[in-house]
Design a protein around this ligand. Structure first.
Ligand SMILES: Cc1cc2nc3c(=O)[nH]c(=O)nc-3n(C[C@H](O)[C@H](O)[C@H](O)COP(=O)(O)OP(=O)(O)OC[C@H]3O[C@@H](n4cnc5c(N)ncnc54)[C@H](O)[C@@H]3O)c2cc1C
Length: 305
């Protein structure tokens, strides 16, 4: 049997590798796109079992920087150092998508997956990310993250830590590895203007009023906008959906990459759809509680349906 996977991100690579490991002929359709250097994300500790099952643990962990702590100022006056904001298992590693995606593709290829840059083919598994076609159920606020990368020197000792701070109408976060100090502002999509110069003006103003730890250099940068929506696909027929094509979760959960890897492993097995719904319900409830804790304005944060 041939398993054809569309989308060569973490979810697609995992699904194709899992199929190849079961002795199936696995084909990964993608464009080999690579994120800009400095696209830092936290791969949380819950990814451990998926990475071990895929045989990718050593390759990822030897390259990634351990993430020791999250420093949070969310619902009060004090900064708190915690093992996580939402993740019971604590934080895992800081990965740069610029090396992480090529690495997981290479690991899938080593497992016997054939990689093809092709557009039109009937697929078994859809892993083309959050822009995949299809109807979705919203699980939380519709957000946008403005993100900019600075050299690590600006990180002032934050290397290996994630900082999250709520401000009026959104939150700032920062994460640093050896090369990059990535700072982000997340806010409701409805409050983000369209157009490069309007976005830049918003970023400059927000940076000036931002948290004390935010480096002054941030203000001069041009941020990149990445939509972040928590959604569950309504499509249960057609190809199996995996990763963000099936379920995208709130960025505060730090769980998107883990769900992508674990979903890839599970997606051909029975009970996958129930697992997805269970994950979605847990995320929706956790997200709602978190926003309520920070006292976000409900007219902005009410989920769009
Ligand atoms: C600002 C931001 C911050 C985030 N931070 C974190 C974090 O700290 N920790 C975390 O765990 N998660 C985080 N996430 C979520 C995480 O990025 C996603 O959950 C994860 O990328 C999902 O992987 P995926 O493989 O499903 O999708 P993607 O990574 O989007 O991969 C989809 C792939 O499919 C390819 N593709 C698209 N269309 C086609 C097509 N038609 N044919 C072939 N290929 C196609 C794309 O080029 C891409 O390579 C964050 C997301 C955002 C937006």
């Amino acid at each position: 049997m041939t398993v054809i996977v569309r989308g060569d991100g973490p979810a697609g690579a995992s699904a194709a590798a899992a199929a190849a490991r079961q002795g199936l002929d696995a084909v990964l359709l993608g464009h080999g796109r690579v994120a800009p250097p400095g696209t830092l994300e936290v791969l949380d500790a819950r990814a451990t079992s998926a990475l071990l099952a895929l045989g990718w643990y050593d390759a990822v962990v030897s390259r990634a920087l351990p993430c020791h702590a999250v420093v949070v100022r969310w619902d009060g006056d004090d900064y708190l150092q915690r093992t996580s904001l939402l993740t019971p298992g604590g934080l895992g590693w800081i990965v740069d998508r610029a090396w992480f995606d090529p690495l997981v593709r290479a690991r899938a290829e080593a497992d016997g997956v054939r990689q093809v840059d092709a557009a039109d083919a009937p697929v078994t598994i859809l892993a083309a990310g959050k822009h995949s076609p299809g109807e979705r159920r919203s699980l939380g606020p519709d957000l946008v993250t403005l993100t900019a990368a600075l050299p690590t020197g600006a990180g002032r000792g934050l290397r290996g830590r994630l900082v999250v701070e709520a401000v009026e109408g959104g939150w700032w976060s920062a994460v640093a590895d050896e090369a990059t100090y990535a700072v982000s502002l997340t806010l409701p999509r409805a409050s983000a203007p369209r157009g490069t110069s309007a976005l830049r003006a918003l970023w400059q103003q927000a940076s000036r009023q931002g948290p004390a730890w935010l480096p002054h250099e941030a203000e001069r940068l041009m941020p990149r906008a990445r939509p972040v929506r928590s959604q569950l696909s309504r499509s249960t027929d057609g190809p199996r959906r995996v990763g963000d094509a099936a379920l995208s979760v709130d960025p505060l959960s730090g769980h998107g990459l883990t769900l992508a890897l674990e979903g890839g492993l599970r997606c051909l097995a029975d009970g996958y759809q129930q697992w997805l719904v269970q994950q979605a319900d847990q995320h929706a409830a956790a997200g709602e509680a978190l926003y309520a804790q920070a006292g976000f304005d409900h007219s902005l944060w009410t989920p769009l349906t």
